[in-house]
Design a protein around this ligand. Structure first.
Ligand SMILES: [Zn+2]
Length: 461
């Protein structure tokens, strides 16, 4: 009965124009003799021409059959590979200047996971063409329990406040409701019901007070960071949960995960994955941030050449590592435990993928060493490491986000009629997923950005 409440997002505001401020008005161009990556089939279609007119893909066909209209610019793409624009489905980004780093890395769409008024502003500017950056789907402010983990969250203590919060964020303009770790049980289920009644999806963390299976049954559209998933695979799930202190915030995830790993129940896991599939519950594992939190004490990990692209205040915040989630790991044993849990997360993602659970790629950009744009490519590599094929990994950032957002008819593949969000690569990403790094051209909303234009966008602050 809950199946019906898994709703596609309402995305009327999502279709912002391309970064028009970066160049002249949109005109027509053709990529000829290009190899298109068909992400659905996981195949290369060589020798194709893709014609772009305005912000749309006007035509796709074999190069020898498709004639390029007079006046359209012809770009010889022999030996190059074309993929749909990439989506990072879990970001927190608040710096306007560096928003273009997403586009410069072929990330033509993002899902903002903690909506602020500034994001509504950006969306208007993106639409007007006065700001360069990706398309944006937007969460509500985080809705959390009576003592929220993050400042600016909406604090909710009971079902009534939960319902009011949903009504408020819907009116405010969020595409979906973001739920968080410290919500009381009854408030969480009230939020789920109010979301269903209000035809607005809800997504986020599985709260400590709720099982991942219950969250799936309640219609949560996606589970972020694998929250609650290992625990729900444990033969002793109830016993472990009963011991979690009610006083929040509770930051003992590592201890819980360690016990869940020791009591992992293959049969329970299989049933849980089946449930995710039946209910249409997506996973956004964000392996990038899970790795970051496990490796933050490694000097080699922190010595990342991409730091130079980060605004000073972001860099400082990351270096200080003030956040309690990453701190307090002085003991070598804690460090080893964090790494062991991380490698178990990789296996978990592989197992869910083999079972057929739907996955979207997200990084948690904004958190330490999760870089805007750059890190989405890391995430694809980590998904392959966890057992996805290169084609499956590509889907998690292209067609799967389009399906998740309910806009498969407009985005997610290189097909006639869809928005012209495209990434041209030097080498075949199906041979090696790391080839998504080798970008020669990005097209965002029909705006052509060649390597020279992209390098300009990568200027350090
Ligand atoms: Zn996040």
């Amino acid at each position: 009965m809950w199946k019906a409440m898994v709703l596609a997002l309402s995305v009327t505001l999502l279709f912002v124009a391309g970064p028009r401020s970066l160049g002249p008005a949109l005109d027509s161009f053709a990529l000829v003799h290009v190899s298109i990556i068909d992400v659905n089939a996981g195949m290369v279609r060589p020798g194709m021409t893709v014609l772009v007119a305005g912000d749309r893909i006007a035509e796709v066909g074999p190069a020898e059959q498709l004639s390029v209209p007079a006046g359209a610019r012809v770009i010889d793409a022999t030996g190059k590979f074309l993929i749909p624009g990439l989506w990072d489905m879990h970001v927190h980004w608040y710096d306007k200047q560096s928003l273009k780093l997403f586009t410069a890395n072929g990330v033509t769409g993002v899902r903002q996971m903690f909506g602020y008024p500034v994001h509504l502003e950006w969306r208007r500017e993106l639409e007007a063409g006065s700001l360069a950056g990706p398309r944006m789907a937007m969460a509500s402010p985080i809705i959390d329990g009576p003592r929220p983990f993050w400042p600016d969250s909406i604090a909710v203590s009971n079902p009534e406040e939960g319902r009011k919060a949903v009504q408020k964020v819907k009116k405010w303009g969020a595409d979906f409701v973001k739920v968080y770790s410290y919500l009381p049980r009854d408030a969480y289920f009230a939020i789920a019901e109010e979301s269903r009644l209000g035809h607005i999806p809800f997504a986020g963390h599985v709260p400590w007070s709720v099982s991942a299976a219950e969250a799936s049954d309640a219609g949560q559209r996606s589970i972020e960071h694998l929250t609650g998933v290992l625990l729900a695979c444990s033969a002793q799930e109830a016993e472990i949960r009963n011991k979690i202190p009610q006083a929040t915030p509770f930051t003992g995830r590592a201890g819980i995960e360690a016990r869940a790993i020791q009591t992992y129940d293959e049969k329970k896991a299989r049933a849980l994955f089946e449930r995710f599939i039946k209910n249409g519950t997506w996973q956004c594992p964000t392996l990038t941030v899970l790795r970051s939190s496990a490796y933050l004490d490694d000097k080699d990990f922190r010595d990342d050449r991409r730091l130079k692209y980060m605004p000073a205040q972001v860099r400082q915040r990351w270096e200080r590592r003030e956040e309690s989630r990453f701190g307090n790991r002085n003991a070598a044993s804690n460090d080893a435990l964090a790494k062991a849990i991380y490698s178990r997360y990789l296996e978990l993602v592989g197992a869910m993928n083999r079972a057929g659970v739907q996955i979207i790629a997200g990084t948690d950009t904004g958190n330490p060493y999760c870089f805007p744009g750059f890190s989405l490519h890391d995430e694809l590599g980590l998904l392959v490491k966890s057992g996805l094929t290169a084609a499956e990994a590509l889907r998690t950032a292209t067609i799967n986000p389009a399906r998740y957002l309910g806009v498969e008819d407009r985005l997610g593949t290189v097909e006639k009629g869809k928005f012209a969000d495209l990434v041209l690569l030097e080498a075949n990403p199906l041979d090696d997923i790391h080839n998504t790094h080798r970008i020669t051209t990005v097209v965002q909303g029909g705006q052509l950005l060649d390597r020279k234009a992209l390098d300009k966008m990568l200027v350090q602050p």
